[in-house]
Design a binder for this molecule. Structure first.
Ligand code: ATP
Ligand code: MG
Length: 254
């Protein structure tokens, strides 16, 4: 078997007394589409921040394309071909969608360093890929919420990643918008890019990801195909526990 594109070994991240990510190990293969799910606070975003080198690991190791990235900077990791979105969207608001994406292209991975004119060509390609075609010339402020999410994905794609990390890009979308977004994710994956897609709502993931990793309290609860994951009582319990806690809080008027 060939070496996985991404290899996590015992990845651990603490915030004071909270172990947000606790000994997490799994792989993502070249061109694979893997879902990462788990209830609120499970550690999904923290893990993603460890991968993209926003956070320093407290223990464990991460290899990307066979390279140990634990000591590399954020931009070095991006240049190796790891692209990501942010749960909180933060584009350059005074620019058009197209300009935002072109900037992503300029700061792309090493294998795809571009001249400014080429950056716009790449921008137009990925804008089409995410379904933003007709709105490329709009200012960010003029875009709808779903279109801003698409813009985030386009910005990440413009860096020409080998692996794309998506953090809750479907949050706040209605069911038909989610369905469209899932098609976009499938299309990106079909173009040969590996994707690790994080979602709180597991139904979103199981429809498109052949393999799913479930995080709970910072640990891998289990990983497997969607049917196995959905049918596992531990997963049901993790999500029910969360719903129960929320109801309790509402009943208390919180
Ligand atoms: N910067 C931080 N400082 C302190 N604690 C943090 C920080 N970021 C996250 N945590 C804590 O780490 C745990 C994991 O949080 P994280 O945001 O990674 O969860 P998540 O799975 O992404 O949740 P959500 O579905 O709500 O996005 C939580 O207990 C959270 O309160
Ligand atoms: Mg999160």
């Amino acid at each position: 078997m060939s070496t996985p594109l991404l290899e996590l070994q015992d990845v651990t991240k603490r915030f004071g007394g909270v172990v947000a990510v606790n000994g997490v190990s799994f792989d993502v293969g070249e061109g694979e589409l893997v879902g990462l799910i788990g209830p609120n606070g499970a550690g999904k975003t923290t893990l993603l921040n460890c991968l993209s080198r926003m956070y320093r690991l407290d223990a464990g190791s991460i290899r990307f394309g066979g390279v140990d990235i634990a000591k590399l900077g954020r931009h070095e990791v991006a240049r190796l071909g790891m692209g990501r979105t942010f749960q909180v969207v933060r584009p350059f608001r005074s620019m058009t969608a197209r300009e935002n994406v072109a900037i992503g292209a300029l700061f792309g991975s090493e294998r795809a360093r571009l001249a400014p004119a080429e950056a716009f060509t790449v921008a137009d390609e990925v804008i089409d890929l995410v379904g933003l075609g007709g709105r490329a010339k709009l200012l960010v402020d003029e875009l709808t919420v779903p279109d801003r999410r698409r813009l985030e994905v386009a910005r990440a794609l413009a860096t020409r990643p080998r692996l794309l990390l998506l953090d809750e890009v479907m949050a706040g979308l209605n069911p038909s918008e989610v369905a469209e977004e899932l098609e976009v994710v499938k299309r990106i994956n079909a173009s040969g890019i590996a994707i690790l897609v994080i979602e709180h709502v597991m139904q979103v993931i199981v429809g498109i990801c052949p393999r799913v990793v479930v995080l709970h309290f910072g640990r891998v609860l289990l990983e497997g195909d969607p049917a196995t994951v959905l049918g596992d009582p531990r997963v049901v319990e993790a999500y029910l526990g969360e719903r129960y806690a929320r109801r309790l809080q509402e009943a208390r008027g919180g």
